[in-house]
Design a binder for this molecule. Structure first.
Ligand SMILES: Nc1ncnc2c1ncn2[C@@H]1O[C@H](COP(=O)(O)OP(=O)(O)OP(=O)(O)O)[C@@H](O)[C@H]1O
Ligand SMILES: [Mg+2]
Length: 463
């Protein structure tokens, strides 16, 4: 059976609260109560109520102020306000401020329950809509790979395209951008999924040892080689070998690897018989390989062999749209089934960090916040980010940015439009506009003139 719906009753009059609470409980609901707006806001932070019923007029903060505060915390929770008989004005104000409904005191029992029923329905509808929206966005994931930005979608598309063939792949990107996840996805959505995926970290193993790890060795090939051993290339037969940190591979091994890639067979250390292998090689590096090439630390011919299909993962700060889905994903990954969430304010903080360590840093931060947070909800104070002021930038309407992206606006074009919009907002008052824009008035004037010149040149060019 579904859990009973929960309602928070807010009124400074204790008798009224008691009456409402028992009315709700008789109606099969669970109810909590608060005697002031501050107490109510505290409870709302802790509990996700299905609805709130509140008096409008209370000493200190009133119900309208509470509406404002609540919208910030839980925009989906419907609020029903109660007004004293005859103060229809405040009822109108309440509706304008975003109350779901109101009724006047004294009220009938059924009136309250019916209003609540409608509120629950609406809330269920909104939850469902959000779920559907999310489901549509669920190109947010491809295997274990999360992302909604155009950059990540391009990577999904590329993986889909090449997962079925054997061409070698080179994945580049800063540390923590998800190179290994991309490599695994490439293997596990492809035709080789039932065969081994073998990751090798080229920096973790000393060069001499790495050679025999990769290619194997015969008995007696070197001191300690008491038995012959198959190499990882052979182990990966039919599957994928993931050579991580390839940029750190030494020159000797580079040429041996090149030979294997050219000939399609491996020669175990100390042996003279070649074994033919069918292996897809996916290599990854966080180094600027082109620079390594120019400076002669990485063989050009090997680079071209590996770089048949290049996949570059941009740093997280250049695809901030992936932060929310990644944060949610890491939350689910580490919260062990609990109903944890990230408050909108906290998400805002996450959106504005630099993320030098990319997704890995984000994951660590979420994991730590989960461990330290005393609530079910991660809040800004649970996030130890240094650049806090910067983090408190208000969130922009997603639609604004989306439409800028859709029209491929240049930074300059976006700036010009924003300047125009602010000028309109200030009714053409340039002093005020300059203040909002954070530029001085002369710059604003100059921008205006420049734009006109620009327009004229534009016209001439086309006439
Ligand atoms: N797009 C993504 N979707 C899901 N998880 C991701 C994504 N990007 C990174 N991660 C997670 O972030 C962590 C770091 O990713 P990964 O190890 O693949 O990074 P990397 O690029 O290989 O880093 P390094 O260069 O330091 O080895 C992992 O726990 C991984 O699961
Ligand atoms: Mg890695």
């Amino acid at each position: 059976m579904a859990e009973p719906r929960s309602v928070l009753v807010v009124d400074d009059d204790a008798a009224m609260r008691e009456m409402l609470v028992s009315l709700l409980e008789e109606g099969g609901l669970t109810a909590a109560d608060a005697g002031s707006v501050d107490a109510a806001v505290e409870k709302i932070r802790e509990t996700d109520f299905d609805a709130v019923i509140s008096d409008i007029r209370m000493p200190g903060k009133d119900g309208i102020q509470m509406l404002g505060e609540m919208r910030e915390i839980r925009p989906e929770t419907p609020i029903i306000l109660m007004t004293a008989f005859g103060s229809i004005d405040s009822a109108v104000t309440a509706m304008q401020a975003g109350a779901f409904d109101y009724f006047t005191k004294p009220f009938k029992r059924d009136q309250v329950l019916v209003a609540l029923e409608r509120a629950f329905e609406r809330r269920a509808l909104e939850t469902e809509n959000r779920r559907l929206r999310r489901a549509v966005d669920q190109t947010t994931a491809f295997g274990d790979l999360i992302g909604t930005t155009a950059a990540m979608r391009d990577i999904f598309a590329m993986i889909r395209k090449v997962a079925g063939n054997r061409s070698n792949v080179l994945i580049t990107g800063e540390s923590g951008t998800g190179k290994e996840v991309v490599a695994r996805t490439l293997h596990f959505v492809g035709t080789r999924a039932s065969k081994p995926f073998i990751p090798v970290n080229c920096t973790a193993i000393p060069e001499g040892l790495l050679e025999s790890e990769l290619f194997g060795h015969v008995r007696g090939a070197f001191t300690g080689a008491h038995a012959s051993k198959r190499g990882l290339f052979e182990e990966a037969h039919g599957g994928t070998l993931f050579l991580d940190e390839i940029g750190d591979m030494g020159p000797g091994l580079q040429s041996k690897l090149l030979r294997v890639l050219q000939d399609g067979d491996v020669r175990p250390v100390g042996g003279n018989r070649a074994v033919s292998v069918d292996v897809r090689v996916i290599a990854a590096t966080n180094k600027e390989l082109r620079k390594e090439l120019e400076e002669g630390r990485f063989r050009q011919d090997l680079f071209y062999r590996l770089n048949v299909i290049p996949i570059h993962i941009p740093p997280l700060r250049e695809r901030r749209g992936d932060i929310p889905p990644l944060a949610e994903y890491f939350l689910r990954k580490h919260a062990a089934g609990d109903k944890h969430s990230i408050s909108p304010a906290a998400m805002n903080v996450l959106m504005n960090c630099r993320w030098e360590g990319n997704a890995r840093e984000l994951e660590n931060m979420i994991e730590r916040a989960l461990a330290l947070s005393e609530h079910r909800e991660i809040r800004p104070e649970d996030l130890p980010v240094p650049d806090r002021e910067d983090a408190l930038k208000p969130p922009l309407e997603e639609s604004l940015l989306e439409s800028a992206v859709e029209h491929n606006l240049t930074l300059r074009e976006l700036e010009d439009r924003y300047i125009d919009a602010i000028l309109e907002h200030t009714g053409g008052n340039k002093v005020q506009a300059a203040r909002i824009l954070g530029i001085n008035r002369r710059t604003l004037y100059r921008r205006g003139e420049h734009n006109h010149e620009h327009d004229q040149q534009h016209h001439q060019a086309h006439s």
